[in-house]
Ligand binder design. Structure first.
Ligand code: HEC
Ligand code: HEC
Ligand code: HEC
Ligand code: HEC
Ligand code: HEC
Ligand code: HEC
Ligand code: HEC
Ligand code: HEC
Ligand code: HEC
Ligand code: HEC
Length: 325
């Protein structure tokens, strides 16, 4: 068999790589041997030597927020630079590379291992206190499903994609909701999913009896995030409409988008109201049913069907028990 030049070079290179891989530490190329020898007791060698074989990663790293710890030089070795995430690399250096010789190779890591690795430093952040029991973690969606440490295309938060595209990648049905005639303008870039959600998980909400958290983040301590922007809707009012606080905004509104004006869940205002004000038992302050409209209301008259033309302060009022002003 005759070898072309290319094959010949490849064969040589392959043989050389194999040779390096099998060489005991003493015979390693000097820079590697030096680095391995300089490792501390826990096996940390420092980031400098990584440059030799991972120049692309290394050269982009100064732009990474994680570079700070590397630059300061004051952090302990397990909190510094490349090995802060990938683990002590002495064995990797002694073997001159390989996926299985580095303690944390993310291409091989389970979601659990990814979480554990990132949380060695990030567990102290309050916003991630709930991450282990968040629906994302429970479905095996770990940090690197949403963040890209070395190849993030966006300037902030090392996201793997622009935020809405990132979330739509797995939540396609939500895109449809934000394309409805009435909607919050997320697709237009005025708002983000994270104005209302915390993808890292949230504590149980204080509204809707703590059920169905949906990773909806909390504002002002423990209120619905809606109040960050619609603070007038929650009072405090002298006369509350109990459903606003107890059930939460979503009992009447679709938070993403709706085919109905004002993001209502129902096609009209009065069907929204009659869902509760229908005389059915056990609701209400006295558990004897929510007040029915009084007999003065003629439901056959179109005038009465738009309840909020009279009950204008439907979210609560400071001057009228019936929200008429
Ligand atoms: C002598 C060259 C060499 C040096 C020095 C080196 N590596 Fe590697 N590294 C490799 C090779 C080869 C691979 C295997 C690549 C493959 O199989 O795709 C690798 C793989 C890795 C991987 C696994 C990537 C993955 O998820 O598949 C990580 C992480 C890594 N190196 C980190 C480091 C760090 C951190 C340092 C510095 C402490 C370092 N390397 C130093 C050659 C080197
Ligand atoms: C904050 C944690 C973190 C730090 C610090 C870090 N890496 Fe990584 N590294 C990752 C993650 C996560 C991946 C998986 C791919 C991704 O998410 O971008 C990765 C992937 C890699 C890979 C596989 C090839 C690739 O591009 O996907 C290599 C090689 C690597 N890292 C080397 C390094 C080197 C060298 C340094 C220091 C300059 C370093 N890493 C610092 C988290 C980190
Ligand atoms: C489902 C997607 C997703 C997952 C999984 C995820 N993140 Fe995030 N992360 C985001 C988004 C989106 C932002 C940007 C938040 C914003 O715009 O306010 C962010 C922001 C951050 C920030 C900076 C801002 C802040 O909130 O403090 C850190 C740090 C962070 N994430 C770390 C992590 C770690 C560590 C993990 C795994 C334990 C993780 N993330 C898992 C989507 C995710
Ligand atoms: C060795 C400690 C350490 C580990 C491990 C670590 N981080 Fe970080 N991370 C930091 C530090 C320090 C910062 C910078 C915080 C600052 O600037 O205030 C940071 C910042 C971030 C940010 C915010 C970036 C921004 O633009 O503000 C994100 C996102 C992030 N880390 C994600 C991760 C992910 C995902 C992992 C696991 C792959 C991880 N980190 C592992 C120490 C760590
Ligand atoms: C205006 C606030 C707001 C914004 C912005 C928002 N959400 Fe929501 N989202 C909510 C609320 C509130 C719920 C809970 C609804 C309920 O319990 O009835 C929810 C529920 C969800 C659910 C679970 C319910 C379902 O329909 O399966 C997913 C998934 C979701 N949102 C994803 C997203 C994504 C992705 C984005 C960004 C593209 C986003 N959300 C933006 C407020 C918001
Ligand atoms: C890699 C896929 C993936 C990405 C990316 C992703 N999610 Fe999810 N998300 C899931 C899975 C899987 C679930 C759990 C099953 C379900 O409820 O659909 C979930 C559930 C949710 C829920 C509902 C939680 C509940 O209690 O039912 C919300 C809200 C949510 N994600 C918001 C987001 C937001 C906001 C982003 C972007 C920052 C995002 N997701 C990115 C896969 C993903
Ligand atoms: C980040 C700020 C912000 C948050 C958080 C927010 N909204 Fe909004 N909301 C707006 C803006 C701005 C508009 C005006 C519509 C537009 O042009 O985007 C709006 C419009 C609305 C409307 C329709 C008003 C109309 O006249 O058609 C309703 C209803 C509404 N929001 C309810 C909610 C609910 C419920 C939540 C919580 C799940 C919420 N909003 C969270 C900013 C916010
Ligand atoms: C009992 C049902 C109900 C609940 C609960 C409710 N709303 Fe409304 N909301 C309505 C109705 C009905 C309208 C339409 C009023 C009209 O016809 O103009 C409306 C209108 C709005 C509007 C647009 C008009 C305006 O006044 O600015 C916003 C914004 C809004 N609601 C936000 C909220 C927020 C935020 C919450 C939770 C704190 C909430 N709503 C809870 C029934 C409700
Ligand atoms: C999620 C259930 C719910 C919805 C939807 C709802 N309400 Fe109520 N509403 C209540 C409860 C509970 C009370 C407290 C009355 C009681 O305890 O009997 C109340 C009280 C009232 C009161 C004061 C009556 C009184 O005796 O104190 C008026 C007026 C009222 N609602 C009008 C409306 C209108 C108009 C709508 C539609 C825009 C509406 N409500 C939608 C649950 C609801
Ligand atoms: C034309 C104005 C007007 C419209 C439209 C209207 N209301 Fe009223 N509503 C009133 C007035 C005035 C009162 C107090 C006097 C009375 O009981 O007739 C009242 C009282 C009520 C009460 C309290 C009854 C009680 O016994 O305390 C409820 C509940 C109520 N309305 C619900 C509704 C609902 C639901 C709608 C829409 C289907 C609606 N209203 C439409 C004017 C209106």
């Amino acid at each position: 068999m005759r070898l072309g030049v290319t094959q010949y070079v490849l064969l040589l290179a392959g043989g050389f790589a194999q040779l390096i891989a099998q060489t005991p530490p003493a015979k390693l190329p000097k820079p590697l041997a030096d680095a391995a020898a300089a490792a501390n007791a826990a096996g940390y060698v420092g980031s400098g030597v990584c440059k030799m074989c991972h120049p692309d990663v290394w050269q982009n790293f100064f732009r990474n927020p994680h570079y700070k710890s590397l630059a300061s030089g004051k952090e302990p070795p397990d909190r510094t630079g490349c090995e802060g995430c990938h683990g002590p690399a002495r064995r990797h250096i002694e073997a001159a590379g390989g996926k299985t010789t580095i303690p944390v190779a993310f291409s091989l890591a389970t979601p659990r291992k990814v979480l554990d690795t990132c949380l060695t430093c990030h567990a102290k952040d309050y916003s991630r206190a709930d991450i282990r029991r968040s629906p994302h973690s429970q479905e095996g969606i770990a940090c690197n499903s949403c963040h890209s440490i070395h190849k993030s295309p966006v300037p902030k938060f090392l996201l793997a994609k622009r935020q809405a595209d990132l979330c739509y990648g797995c939540h396609a049905n939500v895109r449809t909701q934000f394309s409805m005639p009435f909607k919050h303008r997320v697709n237009e870039g005025f708002m983000n999913c994270t104005d209302c959600h915390n993808p890292h998980g949230t504590p149980a909400p204080t509204w809707r009896m703590g059920l169905r958290p949906r990773m909806v983040s909390q504002a002002l301590g423990n209120e619905e995030p809606c109040l960050k922007c619609h603070s007038d809707k929650r009072g405090p009012f002298a006369y509350e409409h109990p459903s606003v606080r107890v059930d939460g905004c979503e009992v009447c509104h679709n938070p993403h988008g709706s085919t109905n004006a004002k993001l209502l869940r129902r096609t009209s205002v009065f069907t929204t109201c009659l869902e509760c004000h229908n005389g059915a038992g056990t609701f209400g302050r006295q558990a004897d049913g929510i007040t029915l409209q009084s007999p003065s209301h003629n439901m056959n008259s179109p005038r009465y069907q738009n309840c909020t033309t009279c009950h204008i302060r439907i979210h609560g009022s400071n001057s009228d028990r019936l929200f008429l002003r």
